[in-house]
Each structure stands twice: as C-alpha cells, then as structure tokens.
Design a binder for this molecule. Structure first.
Ligand SMILES: Nc1ncnc2c1ncn2[C@@H]1O[C@H](COP(=O)(O)OP(=O)(O)OP(=O)(O)O)[C@@H](O)[C@H]1O
Ligand SMILES: [Mg+2]
Length: 288
C-alpha cells in the first residue's frame, strides 16, 4: 500500500473516530466538583424550556453540551453565571451549587458570580474601544488596576493573541479579524482571573483555521480553568471535551417542547458506546 493510501485526511474522521483516540480523562474526586446541578428547571414566562437536569461539572475539564437546536443548551449554560437573571420572565428552579455554595442563594452577589464565572458568546462582541481597553475593562470595573499593563499582557498571552496584537494595543478591537476578536473576548474574560469560562458556540462564526485555534486554546486553558462549551460541531466536542452532555427535546401530548438531559458521560463513552439510542442516533448523524 502506498503512503498516500494509508493517510487519512483529518476531515474524514468521524466524531466516533476522534473520540476513540482520546485518552481517558484523569479521574476526578468529590473535591473536584465545581458545579453540582440538581433537578434544574428553567422556564420563560411560566413555560418550561428545560426540565429536571442533574449533573456535576468537574474542575479542569472541558465539558461540552450538545443537542439539537432549541433543546436548551444556551438556557442551561446561562444558569451557571446567572445570566438568566437578566432575562425578564426567566425563572430557575432546583439547585446549582458552586463549590458547595448555592449559586442562587439570597446572599450571593450576581456581579461577583460573573467575575468568577466568565462567558464568551457565539458572536465575538468586543467593545468599540482599543484592544488594550477591552482587556483592561473588567479589571478596571473591579478595581484590579495594580500592574494593569502586565495583567493585560498576560491575558493576551494566555488567549494566544499577544504575538498578533502586542504591538498594536492602541488600535481599535474592531480592526481585528473575527477569530482574533473571539480570542480578545477570551482574553477579556481571563483578565479578571475567573475560575470558570463558559462558551456558547464560541467558534461557530469562525473559519476552520480560527476554529482550530480556539479549540487549541481550550485545551491549553483547561489546565488553569474549568471550561463549559456549547457546540453544534460534533467533531469539536469529540476533540476538545473530556465530558459531554447530550440534550434533546421532549414533545408532550399538548405539543409543548421541553429540553431534557438524555445522557452525560465521558466524551469517549458518549461518542463510541452511548447508553441511550437517542444519543447514538445524534452522534452518528441520524438525527438532529
Ligand atoms: N429569552 C427567551 N425568552 C423566551 N424563550 C426563550 C428565550 N431563550 C430561549 N427560549 C426558549 O427556550 C428553548 C430553548 O432555547 P435555547 O436557546 O436554550 O436552545 P439551544 O439549545 O441553545 O438552541 P440553539 O442550538 O438553536 O442555540 C426554546 O424553545 C427557546 O424558544
Ligand atoms: Mg443556543
């Protein structure tokens, strides 16, 4: 067989192939639970969008949420930094413990929560300010202004952007490419030294090269942070995630659609030998 016949182009690898190659994630113990979610229900104006979710998110793992459109992935990820508080009519029932403290408890300050638990959105959303001021924004708001230049530089290094922007910090963030803007948003998030980074489809607006950079970055960042990512891209989940949660939509007799958690396990298991037929159908592309 010639060499070219033995080469498998990366693009032809299925999520299942990719998951098979994954090393088993390092085991975690009870102290490594960052979020404990118990029987979570989220409704909008009384209409249930997501029901009965119970799972744990582990420290220094990348955890992926996958599932068809409308199954509640964004709704769920927004619960982890209380972003749903900002949506009129949204209610959250059940519990989310964050390092053992009720995230929705009466004494918890939602601003402090969003400092510890940062979020990166689908569409890069830099402020119409300089690159420097974007990264310095959070630290300034929170009074973390000692050694601000150093803090900005370090965040840009960690977001794998410094080499590209280190010499043009005063330029507008809007002059950057989409992929650079997304890494800038990650740097802005990192600059306040969060514990967790939530990402809702962070690469879906980016080209394949920019997407690969974001995926590489996630692998790098998980050494220091706990990462939760929503993605529609099965290959991406198979490549980057240690754990994967598959959500689906239950259609009731009245036609009401509610998001449910179908299965949650190591990414390797989810993509190769899932327990639920619905997961099997979704990860093999037969549904969704
Ligand atoms: N702000 C909102 N107000 C009212 N209903 C909402 C709101 N956000 C989401 N929903 C509803 O909640 C359900 C879940 O939506 P959500 O955006 O969480 O799904 P998703 O899995 O992120 O979908 P997608 O893959 O398309 O992003 C949908 O029925 C949606 O219409
Ligand atoms: Mg969404």
């Amino acid at each position: 067989m010639s060499e070219s016949e033995t080469e498998v182009p990366i693009k032809s690898l299925t999520p299942r192939d990719l998951a098979r190659e994954k090393p088993t994630p390092e085991p975690r113990s009870a102290e490594d639970v960052v979020f404990h979610v118990e029987d979570l229900v989220v409704s909008y104006s009384g209409k249930c969008a997501l029901r009965g979710v119970t799972l744990d998110i582990q420290r220094n793992y990348v955890t992926a949420f996958i599932g068809p459109s409308g199954c509640g992935k964004s709704t769920f990820i927004r619960c982890f930094n209380r972003m749903n508080d900002l949506i009129p009519g949204a209610t959250v029932e059940g519990t989310i413990d964050y390092h053992g403290t009720d995230l929705y408890g009466p004494d918890v300050d939602a601003v402090e929560v969003r400092k510890r638990i940062g979020m990166v959105f689908q569409k890069p959303n830099p402020f119409p300010k300089s690159i420097y001021d974007n990264v310095a924004f959070g630290p300034r708001v929170l009074g973390m202004t000692d050694n601000l230049d150093e803090r900005v530089e370090q965040a840009l290094h960690r977001a794998a952007l410094w080499d590209e922007v280190g010499k043009r910090l005063k330029e507008s963030a809007l002059s950057l490419s989409g992929g650079q803007q997304q890494r800038l948003c990650i740097a802005r998030c990192i600059a306040v030294e969060p514990d967790v980074i939530l990402m809702d489809e962070p690469a879906s607006a980016l080209d394949p090269i920019a997407t690969t950079r974001i995926e590489d970055l996630m692998q790098e960042l998980k050494n220091d942070y706990t990462i939760v990512v929503v993605t529609h891209n099965m290959q991406q989940a198979a490549r980057v995630a240690d754990m994967t949660a598959f959500f689906s939509v239950d259609v009731g007799q009245d036609g009401d659609r509610t998001g449910v958690l179908v299965e949650y396990d190591t990414t390797d298991k989810m993509f190769t030998t899932p327990s639920d037929q619905r997961t099997e159908d979704y990860v093999t592309g037969r549904f969704g």
